[in-house]
Ligand binder design. Structure first.
Ligand SMILES: *Cc1c(COP(=O)(O)O)cnc(C)c1O
Length: 429
């Protein structure tokens, strides 16, 4: 459930009419609902409460400082994948002791910063990384707390580009050899193997993969303990799916049902790294129609948001619901099924101004006739939207707004042309 609702044929974010936001801040505009965001964080905290989980929000999903601060204020820790994300989490107010450091290619400098800030787990994904981390830790006179990341070798469960637990992907240690790797570092002076980590991929719309993954995790925790490692953390990653097309996602309780028994069996503290589940449905991308045009038998809506603002449709073939902010009387205020026939609509491609034929938000989408200046809402854009935005075509990155109740505030200003050349200007000879 989210807090984007139509009232008298106008889209609201909580109690603020979206047109008011578009007029105040311009378009394209990312709009977040604080109530939705906190609702989803609370849903996870509650569903897993039995295991006293450390819920580490995945910063890569949406690293906005104000959103991260909100998360920290409500008890979340952070999952970071780079020195930059570590910097963001700390700037947002997190303590190092609530941060897990993931990523297949951590540099020595990133490891050092992580250790100096006392991150509570490094998710380690290769033997090379394990030994490098051990060296960095020894040079600092500390032991690095490690969760070995296993690739549990499960059947495909989501888009090939975001499935991280099938054989042969770059992530994690092979399930066949991870036990030997763990054995090789028993008693290592710079490493304390205290956890097991897995992240299955994303978005996942079924609980079964977590059941299978958790079963493999239990066996590994037992094996590591038999080697002498003091395993205290079981990190089951993130990946919980959300409603992109319709009400298709599972509640957090469905994942808890299959994960909690395994956690209990190990006696470990549970760590989770949800991103999309928390922020995905809490964000909307608002755009304005620039032109419409028909060519080659197809109808195009050309809007002012583009692939540089939201790359998911072209990168992952993903589906985002798109609907006018002011739907006219001839069409439903909000369709139940965006992929079914909708009275008063015809098939249109929603595209942006970027010079790429891959610049689209939707193809052959049933939408009513639109006109220059109409506002469009692209739903469920809070995760991997702004986080992946770029300046391609020298477009300025969008502004971001946080709404709570009747109030709204800027949480990232729209970029300027000066921002665009800031790193090059001083280098002009
Ligand atoms: C991306 C990622 C996550 C977050 O995934 P969501 O689908 O956004 O929950 C968590 N853990 C790791 C290791 C990741 O790479």
């Amino acid at each position: 459930m989210d807090h984007f609702v139509y009232r008298d044929r106008t889209l609201f974010c909580e109690d603020v009419p979206v047109p008011e936001l578009a007029d105040t801040y311009g378009t394209p505009l990312y709009v977040y609902s604080q109530a939705t965001l906190l609702r989803h964080l609370t849903e996870i905290q509650t569903a897993f409460a039995q295991a006293n989980p450390i819920v580490c929000y995945s910063v890569k999903t949406n690293g906005n400082l104000s959103l991260c601060r909100l998360m920290a204020e409500h008890g979340a820790g952070f999952d970071v994948t780079s020195g930059g994300e570590l910097y963001r989490a700390l700037r947002a107010g997190s303590k190092g002791s609530k941060i897990v450091f993931a990523g297949v290619g951590k540099s020595d400098a990133e490891m050092k910063t992580g250790l100096e800030n006392g991150v509570f787990l490094f998710n380690v994904e290769s033997e090379g990384e394990l030994h490098a981390l051990g060296e960095v830790a020894r040079s600092l006179g500390v032991k690095a707390p490690v969760a070995l990341r296993v690739n549990p070798d499960l059947p495909p469960k989501t888009h090939a580009k975001t499935d991280t637990s099938v054989k042969g992907v770059k992530f994690g240690l092979d399930i066949e050899t991870i036990i030997d790797v763990a054995k090789s570092v028993v008693g290592h002076p710079g490493l304390a193997v205290v956890g097991l980590h897995m992240h299955l991929g994303s978005p996942i719309l079924k609980a079964d993969p977590y059941r299978e993954g958790a079963a493999k995790a239990v066996a590994l925790v037992k094996a590591f303990r038999a080697q002498g490692h003091d395993i205290r953390y079981l990190n089951m990653g993130g990946g919980f799916g959300i409603h992109y097309r319709k009400q298709e996602a599972l509640p957090a309780a469905a994942f808890a049902e299959v994960i909690l028994p395994a956690v209990k069996e190990t006696g470990c503290q549970l760590v989770l790294e949800p991103g999309r589940f928390i922020v995905g449905n809490a964000g909307l991308l608002v755009s304005r129609v620039v032109f419409t045009k028909s060519t080659g038998g197809k109808h195009y809506v050309i809007q002012d948001a583009a692939m540089n603002d939201l790359i998911r449709p072209t990168l992952y073939d993903s589906f985002h619901r798109i609907w006018p902010v002011h739907p006219r009387a001839e069409v439903p205020e909000r369709p139940d099924d965006y992929e079914a026939e909708i009275p008063g609509t015809f098939a249109q491609d929603v595209v942006g101004p970027v010079c790429e034929s891959g610049d689209f938000f939707a193809k052959g989408r049933n939408l009513p006739a639109l006109a220059r200046g109409d506002l469009l809402a692209t739903f469920s854009a809070g995760a991997y939207g702004m986080a992946m935005a770029s300046n391609y075509n020298s477009r300025l990155r969008a502004a971001e707004i946080l709404v709570t109740g009747r109030t709204h505030r800027l949480i990232r200003r729209r970029e300027t042309f000066e921002d665009l050349v800031a790193c090059e200007d001083d280098c002009l000879s």
